[in-house]
Design a protein around this ligand. Structure first.
Ligand SMILES: Cc1cc2nc3c(=O)[nH]c(=O)nc-3n(C[C@H](O)[C@H](O)[C@H](O)COP(=O)(O)OP(=O)(O)OC[C@H]3O[C@@H](n4cnc5c(N)ncnc54)[C@H](O)[C@@H]3O)c2cc1C
Length: 350
């Protein structure tokens, strides 16, 4: 089937940069989580090569509205398996529940190619991961890479509310048996031990020396772990985090009223357009309103597809999970989240 003619009722026209992937399998992992396995069309296989820890952006049409959400691969590229994501229900969440309830083999789902910086460092230091709930997905992929492709030691602290919500319980148990002595697995269940606290993190770290730390899970869990690691003297460069930020802060009426911007200049694809600013618009919305086609994917400030540089004036970011302080100081912005804050702004897409 040509890539531009998807057959699933869940999808309409293929958004720019997205590819319809065939769902080959749907695996119920827990009552609240499902894995969806995809076949990538041959023409797109190169673009969909990925590193363990990266994520896809899916575009899902629900009742006529398109939603974009990021999902980390739970599959591991080095073992040659099909690309797979694992989606846990978010209470009252639109897309996660829709996927859990509706996706079946034979469907086609639109996806933008893999992205993300939560990938394995190049060292041979011990790999120490902290996962909470659905945060296990990229960690599972990373862990299998570490154990399968390197000689590094590994340990995983995996927090869940209850035993019934532990995703990949059997697979993790098998890994721990197969790599006994090299891989230490600790399940932390809130129903038994209460939520993870600094003491539980510290006790897990006993004996860890030269390590790289990977954290993914709910925001409060991540904050606890990060704080405990820093308090234990871990250098921040050794801490790698993936935030499953799902909801981007809404633009407030104050944001719109406070704008001083009159004019925005956008340079993209050798085209330069200057146009009057529309209050409340992000730089990406401004580019689109000028009939330009800026690169975009997740539209939550997470994937980095829409990065551009503000070369005159300034903009502030509603959400940013991609750029570091140095990049921000150089004027880089995720344009889907960038609100101009000066009278004139010039933004250049590279
Ligand atoms: C890089 C990355 C990787 C990710 N990987 C995974 C993964 O592997 N597996 C996974 O399961 N998830 C993953 N996520 C999270 C995923 O992208 C979604 O955010 C998640 O599935 C929730 O989406 P949803 O549409 O179901 O929820 P949404 O509809 O976006 O709602 C999210 C939450 O906000 C609440 N909410 C929504 N609107 C409002 C409102 N107006 N007021 C108050 N509350 C509101 C909802 O009740 C819900 O609890 C990842 C996210 C990122 C950024």
């Amino acid at each position: 089937m040509p890539e531009s003619s998807p057959s699933s009722p869940a999808v309409a026209a293929v958004p720019d940069g997205f590819v319809p992937l065939l769902v080959t399998d749907v695996i119920r992992e827990t009552p609240d989580a499902v894995s969806v396995e995809f076949e990538v069309p041959p023409a797109s296989r190169q673009r969909f090569r990925y590193s363990a820890g990266q994520f896809l952006t899916l575009s899902i049409l629900i009742d006529g509205t398109e939603y974009r959400r990021c999902y980390s691969m739970s599959s591991t590229p080095s073992v040659g398996e099909n690309l797979r994501v694992t989606v846990k229900r978010d209470r009252d969440g639109r897309v996660s529940n829709w996927i859990n309830d509706n996706v079946t083999p034979g469907d086609r789902v639109h996806a933008a190619p893999p992205q993300g910086r939560f990938v394995l460092d190049a060292s041979d230091r011990e790999f120490v991961a902290f996962a909470g709930g659905s945060g296990i997905t990229p960690v599972f992929s990373l862990l299998r890479s570490v154990l399968g492709k390197t000689t590094r030691s590994a340990r995983l602290f995996y927090a869940n509310r209850a035993e019934s919500s532990v995703i990949f319980a059997d697979a993790l148990g098998s890994l721990s048996d197969r790599h006994a002595g090299r891989f230490e697995l600790r399940h932390h269940l809130d129903e038994t031990h209460g939520v993870a606290n600094p003491e539980s993190i510290e006790s897990f770290l006993a004996g860890a020396a030269e390590c790289e730390f990977y954290i993914c899970g709910p925001a409060p869990f991540m904050a606890t772990v990060e704080a405990a690691l820093l308090a234990a003297g871990v250098q921040s460069e050794r801490i790698h985090v993936e935030r499953f930020a799902s909801t981007v802060p809404e633009l407030t009426a104050q944001d719109e009223a406070a704008t001083v911007t009159e004019e925005v200049t956008i340079e993209l694809d050798r085209k330069k357009v200057t146009l009057p600013y529309r209050a409340g618009y992000t730089l990406m919305q401004m580019a689109r309103s000028a009939d330009m086609r800026p690169p975009s994917s997740c539209e939550t400030g997470t994937c980095g597809t829409c990065i551009a540089q503000v070369t005159e004036g300034a903009a502030r970011l509603l959400n940013n999970d991609v750029l570091d302080d140095d990049e921000i100081a150089e004027g880089y912005v995720v344009t889907c989240q960038a609100l101009p804050t000066t009278r004139t702004v010039r933004v250049v897409y590279e």
